[in-house]
Design a protein around this ligand. Structure first.
Ligand SMILES: C[S@@+](CC[C@H](N)C(=O)[O-])C[C@H]1O[C@@H](n2cnc3c(N)ncnc32)[C@H](O)[C@@H]1O
Length: 271
């Protein structure tokens, strides 16, 4: 099978370095989501867009040997690496599957988790409805999205803009508005999917980069890779130097750069 297209292709190519460049990011974000979902031994849980298992690993630990934790993702390399990393947890299973429309029986899970995924889906409202239907009555859903970005990070993003197609810059700006820009917007999405007891848990994660090269490795290992891949090849060397110089400029007295990212966990219950 060839590499998948679009954002899934980006994550497929990022998979080998995803969360593996010495900067904990998806891990701490997912750990908080899992804690808030209050998953118990023996439960059946689903992690949609599981990647390498940042949420699926702790979910599988929480349900224990008597439970079941399934992760689905469309990036084959993510699934391959998650299967390898979770091989010691027989209650965990990973398989290729579309988070936008999971092909799974209704009312078959106690918990559905989606960490850092929903904003990649073409129809988030439809995805949420399909996730709600997978829950038993009283089952819990948790969706994690990103809030305010550190200004230092925004300064780096701006360096990309002159190298990107105008429609991509506009699409990014639109993505920062819409339902993902507020607690209320996300809560409305969950309520409209038929969930009740909808609430937001505010959170934040601090990404620490020990030097500019580590920032660069991180930016290729996560969603920002999609920006690098959209930059014309001839511009890469110049942009790389500009990004390294910007991170160098932002170093603190210890030589590191720390970016604080606001995070939003939105939770609901199927009536
Ligand atoms: C930022 S990563 C998050 C992965 C994981 N949940 C975590 O917290 O580390 C986004 C993931 O969503 C996956 N993804 C994007 N669109 C998808 C879709 N339609 N169906 C399944 N997975 C999808 C990507 O392949 C990628 O693994």
């Amino acid at each position: 099978m060839g590499s998948p297209d679009g954002i899934v292709g980006v994550f497929d190519r990022a998979a080998d370095t995803y969360e593996a460049v010495g900067v904990p990011w998806a891990g701490p974000i997912a750990a908080r989501l899992v804690a808030e979902l209050d998953t118990r031994p023996g439960e059946r849980v689903l992690d949609v867009g599981c990647g390498r298992g940042a949420a699926l690993g702790p979910l599988a630990e929480a349900v224990g040997a008597g439970g079941y934790a399934l992760g689905i993702d469309l990036a084959p390399r993510m699934i391959e690496l998650a299967a390898r990393d979770l091989a010691g947890l027989p209650q965990a299973e990973v398989r290729i599957g579309d988070a936008g429309a999971p092909d799974l029986p209704p009312s078959s899970f106690d918990v559905v988790a989606a960490s850092l995924v929903i904003f990649f889906l073409p129809d988030p409202a439809a995805a949420l409805r399909s996730w709600a239907e997978l829950l038993v009555s009283g089952g819990r859903l948790g969706v994690t999205t990103l809030g305010e970005k550190d200004p230092g990070w925004t300064a780096v993003d701006r360096l990309f803009e002159p190298h990107l197609p105008a429609d991509l810059v506009a699409a990014r700006a639109r993505g920062l508005r819409g339902p993902y820009s507020s607690d209320a917007g996300m809560e409305r999405l969950l309520s409209e999917a038929g969930l009740t007891k909808v609430r937001t848990i505010p959170d934040q994660v601090t990404a620490v980069f020990h030097d500019p090269e580590q920032f660069l490795a991180f930016s290729w290992s996560h969603g920002q890779r999609s920006m690098w891949e959209a930059v014309p090849q001839d511009d890469h060397a110049r942009l790389r130097e500009d990004v390294l110089a910007e991170i160098d400029r932002q170093r603190d007295a210890t030589g590191s750069v720390a970016f604080v990212q606001e995070v939003r966990h939105t939770l609901g219950v199927r009536p």
